[in-house]
Design a protein around this ligand. Structure first.
Ligand code: NAD
Ligand code: 3PG
Length: 527
């Protein structure tokens, strides 16, 4: 039974899939303090949050069983992603479910701001009939500057065109071509700041976007500009915005998000030019149901050992690419496990050579699995494809991926090579159509081994009688040989034997094998 903890309010209908899964139990922690969370987090396999729960490194370090963190929404700035990756915890989010809701909220804010609706409403509530004070600005023929033209930014552009606004946008991934197709003007951040009558922000909160709108930026804007932020607090420097409004450089602002949330006192709200909502961009029934379904389904998939749809700390793959490369994950991991048993030295470099069909596909996830296989022998079961590359990098191991055209007669071939201070070892494998994975080369020796079960790898001198000696020695230890492959460099030179045997071979049995004169070394590998 897997235990899932939900620490922010999620839609009841949205978590229905989790409720229905019979191997999953759910516990609610909506009112728990951070201390309570830290005290109890070790009991849970999955944690589901929105933007309120702070998933800090401290919390993650205490989450000994945690396998997955699901964010029912887009922004993951409340989750310490580095710590999650380091501890092998996958983070998934729901990037599409609240796009429409956030775009509609942004439009509502632009309109409320331009027509001073909240201020006029408040005045009426206070029994004033004041028409002069609340003269607004039309949107038609005004320029809307969009910073961040991703999912929400693009939806806002589409809607603002319906209001007959001209759009200018900046996004590092926006090209002039794409802008032309969307019928919007392509500009730099400076262009947006200088030319827009309204500026709306739709970027994530990152190191590069923190205080993107600061005192310097407000010096560049058109006097009288109006600012909208339904993305993340922290993208706007709130002190600078306060000053810019006080000096009339900025005419007004509509804010859904703040540098500190939740808050009960923010000096920006003392300004009549500022209208605000308490982070409601995603708060519609439709969006909440949709994001909760998306993360619930990913959690169920992950706990069942299936591939998730919206990973944040792993590259996401389309269904088509995944079905093409998934069979290689197993092969890559087995090659890694086989290879690491061939050395007792510290690995300094890993080189992966992808050829044949493999040279035409996405290789990064396959590399993760090979590295996972390589690291698990010494680092244990906590290595997974989330943290494999991170753990390798932390240990100073460099990884190089190469695509080559030489297929050596195979339709697909993965060759993994490790370098230590003293040696270079390598193992190659292929996926045989209908027959599954095969190890086909160990260093320069050709073999044909199914990477499964208990293997015995022996380096020996190519001499009559060695194979016989091995057979009888294993028989005296009651070790049955299932398959055997032999190859040699030259007649009478160095040779290799790779056997599949019916049980794990103990250390003292390996020592007995190594006492045979012609045997250089013997290695047991359990795959
Ligand atoms: N208020 C809410 O309740 C609410 C709801 C949903 C999303 N959000 C927030 O809205 C923001 C956008 O969400 P989205 O789903 O559109 O994300 P998205 O990833 O689809 O789009 C973000 C865009 O920002 C761009 N970007 C990154 N750095 C930039 C920079 N320095 N300058 C300009 N553009 C930059 C990216 O290239 C990307 O196109 C996020 O911060 C998200 O957390 C808020
Ligand atoms: O990033 C998001 O998805 C939004 O900010 C929504 O946050 P919420 O789930 O806390 O409403």
């Amino acid at each position: 039974m897997f235990k899932v903890l939900i620490s922010d309010p999620l839609s009841k209908e949205g978590i229905y899939p989790l409720n229905q899964a019979n191997h999953i139990s759910i516990e609610m922690a909506i009112d728990w303090s951070q201390e309570q969370l830290e005290d109890r987090i070790a009991e849970y396999d999955a944690l589901l949050v929105r933007s309120q729960t702070q998933v800090t490194r401290n919390l993650i370090m205490k989450a000994h069983k945690l396998k997955i963190i699901g964010r029912a929404g887009v922004g993951v700035d409340n989750i310490d992603l580095d710590a999650a990756t380091e501890y092998g915890i996958i983070v998934v989010n729901a990037p599409n479910g609240n796009t429409n809701s956030a775009a509609e909220h942004t439009m509502a804010m632009i309109m409320a701001l331009s027509r001073k609706i909240p201020q006029a409403y408040l005045s009426l509530k206070n029994k004033h009939w004041d028409r002069k004070k609340y003269v607004g600005t039309e949107l038609k023929n005004k320029t809307l500057g969009i910073i961040g033209l991703g999912r929400i930014g693009a939806e806002v552009a589409y809607r603002a065109k319906g209001q007959r606004m001209t759009i200018i946008a900046y996004d590092p991934f926006l090209t002039e071509d794409k802008a032309e197709k969307m019928d919007i003007r392509y500009g730099t951040v400076e262009d947006v700041l200088k030319d827009a009558d309204f500026i709306t922000i739709h970027t994530p909160l990152l190191k590069e976007t923190r205080h993107l709108l600061n005192a310097e930026a407000f010096k560049l804007v058109k006097p009288g500009v109006q600012i909208i932020n339904c993305a993340r607090g922290g993208i706007i420097d709130e002190d600078a915005l306060y000053q810019a409004i006080q000096s009339n450089q900025v005419a007004g602002a509509a804010l859904d998000v703040f540098e500190e949330e939740p808050f009960y006192n923010n000096k920006l709200l003392e300004l009549p030019e500022v209208i605000a909502t308490p982070h409601l961009g995603a708060s519609t029934f439709e969006a909440q149901e949709s994001v909760a379904i998306d993360v619930s389904e990913d959690v169920i998939r992950f706990l069942a050992g299936d591939v998730v749809r919206h990973p944040v700390n792993l590259p996401s793959l389309s269904k088509e690419i995944l079905s093409e490369i998934e069979p290689y994950f197993h092969l890559a991991e087995k090659i890694g496990t086989f290879l690491i048993h061939l050395t007792n030295e510290a690995v300094e470099e890993i080189n992966l050579y992808y050829s044949g069909d493999l040279s035409k596909t996405k290789i990064a996830p396959i590399t993760r699995n090979a590295v996972k296989g390589l690291l698990t022998r010494h680092l244990g079961e906590h290595v997974n494809d989330v943290n494999a590359l991170y753990l390798a990098e932390k240990r100073g191991i460099t990884i190089h991926e190469n695509k080559t055209s030489s297929t050596k007669g195979f339709t697909n071939l993965l060759n993994v090579e490790i370098k230590t201070k003293l040696e270079k070892r390598s193992v190659s494998g292929t996926l045989l159509n209908g027959l599954g994975p095969r190890i086909v080369k160990v260093d320069h020796y050709s073999v044909d081994v199914t990477p499964k079960g208990h293997l015995l790898v022996i380096h020996h001198k190519d001499q009559p009688g060695v194979i016989g000696k091995m057979g009888s020695l294993l028989a005296t230890h009651q070790i049955n040989i299932a398959t055997m492959q032999v190859d040699r460099a030259d007649i009478g030179g160095d040779a290799i034997m790779v056997m599949t045997v019916d049980r794990h071979i103990e250390k003292h049995e390996l020592s007995a094998i190594e006492e045979v004169d012609e045997i250089h070394d013997a290695t047991a590998i359990d795959l």
